[in-house]
Design a protein around this ligand. Structure first.
Ligand code: FAD
Length: 438
């Protein structure tokens, strides 16, 4: 606790999740001391800080952002925004990534977050310590160093830690027998920046998630011949010119030829993986016991809290969600846990809850790697956290528009970003309604 008996909270990362956590902590000066937000780069925004380079920053750390030059958002700004801070009115619904970065900077201005961010500071370790009188008998030692020259190692003690380090930077490449024999250009979408280098080339693009589809469209615009290889049901919407579908690649033959699940073969110039990312928490003390197995981070109560260390929060790990509103809900829930307005169940009860939840998902045929994929269940999840934490849920406008956009996107991937939802006036009052909320 701070000298005044207020809770001291560390936030790791100044991407959208970390900024949102800081905004809510600052809104409660009665209970929380101003947070310390650690950010290893020199900027806020994380994913939304476009970096032309690939590989490493000058300081030797790996480039964090997977942003590409021409990306426009895949969620309309009307529901992509934090519910208490709309995007500028004049913008179209699907904005260029530079507008999202500007938006996050405006969020920092509006909620006066800048002074609380320690830029160029990399968190090296987060260690719990038993402390009499600490929150739940615990405190956290956060060790950080200067991310430019790795000097000035300092350790600060906190009552709680919110881990917001992002989950789209450590490329996941599925194991494909013989992959090392591929002779062309092998890359992951983390390193994709622009379509021009692929002009006229033959490309096998593995993965038909949002990035895979978006990049396939960009490649089509430069007349690449793209085979979109994936394990889902074949897409039925119109595809861009030059893009055809294939089942997953199952192996690479001795001469570098790719073989698909149906036995067909091809030898492309480029093999591009749009296969997602690994979760990593390199700074987290092993004794905390948070494990990553087959893309599942566990055990976490409500996908957020390790039962044995309930003053630690792993924020934003759920997938196929509407991220900013999700962070807004998780942030308020974390505060309700820390200020005691929501009394957490016992450790054993939380462990049981996690076990039952995972078992129920498995019983519905959801494999381990997809357990964190909430998709349409995100709305019930958000509502549950709001109910438990005793704060305002999201208006149904959020789920309605988000889900409608998903349907339009699946039907018409070529044109859905041309829709403009800002003409829908009736959302306006709902946003303002929320604006008054703390
Ligand atoms: P990040 O933005 O990754 O931020 C994490 C921050 O933590 C970074 O600034 C990083 O430097 C810092 N950090 C990491 N480790 C440390 C450490 N040890 N010490 C200190 N700091 C550290 N979402 C949408 O809503 N709409 C979209 O259209 C959309 N498109 C996307 C397109 C792409 C290509 C990608 C990759 C993602 C997209 N997303 C989209 C999801 C997007 O990632 C989230 O919206 C959101 O920005 C994630 O925020 P975050 O704070 O969790 O992570």
């Amino acid at each position: 606790m701070s000298g005044l008996g207020k809770l001291r909270v560390a936030v790791i990362g100044a991407g959208a999740a970390g900024l949102c956590a800081a905004r809510h902590l600052l809104s409660r000066p009665d209970t929380f001391a101003p947070p310390v937000v650690y950010e290893l780069t020199k900027n806020i925004g994380g994913t939304w800080v476009y970096e032309e380079r690939v590989g490493f920053y000058d300081n030797g750390l790996p480039i964090h952002s997977s942003m590409y030059r021409d990306l426009r958002t895949n969620i309309p700004k009307e529901v992509m925004s934090f519910p208490d801070f709309p995007f500028a009115k004049h913008l179209p619904s699907f904005v260029h990534h530079t507008e999202v970065r500007k938006y996050l900077e405006q969020y920092c201005d509006h909620f006066r977050l800048w002074d609380h961010i320690q830029f160029g500071t990399s968190v090296a370790s987060v260690t719990p310590e038993d402390v009499k009188g600490g929150w739940n008998g615990l405190a956290w030692n956060v060790n950080s160093n200067n991310s430019v020259d790795h000097s000035k190692s300092t350790t600060e003690r906190f009552d709680a830690v919110m881990v917001c380090n992002g989950h789209f930077y450590d490329p996941y490449i599925p194991p494909i027998p013989g992959l090392e024999k591929f002779k062309g250009t092998l890359m992951h979408s983390h390193d994709y920046r622009t379509a021009e280098p692929f002009a006229g080339k033959s490309v096998v693009l593995l993965g038909a998630g949002l990035s895979g589809l978006d990049i396939a469209m960009e490649l089509s615009n430069v007349e690449a011949q793209v085979i979109l290889s994936h394990g889902q049901q074949p897409l039925t919407c119109p595809l861009p010119p030059g893009v055809q579908q294939a089942p997953p690649v199952t192996s690479v033959l001795d001469d570098g030829t790719l073989e698909f699940k149906n036995g067909e073969r091809t030898k492309p110039e480029v093999f591009l993986f749009c296969t997602g990312y690994n979760f990593t928490f390199p700074f987290l003390d092993k004794k905390v016991g948070v494990k990553v197995q087959e893309h599942l981070v566990w055990p976490l109560y409500k996908f957020l809290i390790p039962p044995a260390y309930p003053s630690l929060f792993i924020v934003g790990i759920c997938r196929a969600i509407c991220p900013f509103p999700h962070f807004h809900i998780q942030s308020q829930f974390m505060l309700s846990v820390l200020d005691g307005s929501f009394r957490l169940p016992s450790r054993e009860e939380m462990e049981k809850d996690i076990e039952l939840d995972i078992a129920a998902r498995r019983a519905r045929g959801i494999s381990t790697r997809h357990i964190l994929k909430l998709d349409s269940e995100q709305w019930a999840y958000n509502d549950e956290l709001a109910r438990l934490g005793g704060f305002k849920p999201l208006p149904c406008y959020w789920s309605n528009l988000y889900e409608s956009n998903k349907v339009f996107r699946a039907r018409d991937m070529l044109n859905y970003k041309t829709y403009n939802y800002s003409v829908l006036d009736n959302m306006e009052w709902k946003v303002h309604d929320l604006h008054g909320q703390q």
